[in-house]
Design a protein around this ligand. Sequence first.
Ligand SMILES: [Zn+2]
Length: 231
Amino acid sequence: MKATPSLSLLAVVTLAAGALTVDAAAPAQAATCNGYVGLTFDDGPSNSTPALLNALTQNGLRATMFNQGQHAAAYPARVKAQVNAGMWVGNHSYTHPHLTQQSQATIDSEISRTQQAVAAAGGGTPKLFRPPYGETNSTVRAIAAKYGLTEIIWNVDSQDWNGASTEAIVAAAGRLTHGQVILMHDWSANSLAAIPRIAQGLAARGLCAGMISPQTGRAVAPTAAVKPGAA
Ligand SMILES: [Zn+2]
C-alpha cells in the first residue's frame, strides 16, 4: 500500500464527493450514522503507528488503540499522537503474556504498569482492557475491574494476525453490525492498506466508527464531552 498512496486518496475523494456531509478529514460522526462500530488496533504504539493514524484520520475514522505498556513506555510521543488524532487508548497488558497462565501478582503488575505507562505518555487513564490473545478468566477480569477497566474482546476477528489479505480484512469489516467490535493490529500492513475500503464500506452501510462504551462494551457514538483517549 505504500506504493499507492494516490489511489487511497482518490478513494477518499470519491467517497467524499458521493456524500453530502463527508469531509475526508472530518470526524466520522459528521456523516449520517445509523449505527456505530468499534475499530480496534492492538499491540502498538510502534513504528507503524504514524502511518496508521494518517490513514484513519484521512478516511474520517476513529479507533481504539489497545496499547502494550512496554510500547507506550518506549514510544510515549506516539501514544500522545494517538490521542491527538482522536483515537481512544486502551490497555493491552505490559508485555503481552498469556495472562491466564500467570500469578495474580503478575496479572496485577501487567495491568497496573500499563495504566501508568499510558497515563505518563499522555494517553489518559484507560477504561478499556483487552487481554492478549483474548484469553481471560474470572481472575483476569476481577483484576482489570480493580483498575476501573472493562474487558473488551471482539465480535469480528479480521485475522490480520494470521496473514489475512487486505481483501479478507475488508470483507471482515463488512460483517460488522451496529455495536460490534473488530480486532485488527497496529503492525499489520494489510490492515493499514484496508482502511480506505473499510471506510467506504462502512459509509455505504450508514455505519460510523464509534467509541467503545466502558459501560456496555459496545460501540456507541463518540461522546463529545469526553476527551479523546480518556476512554
Ligand atoms: Zn496483542
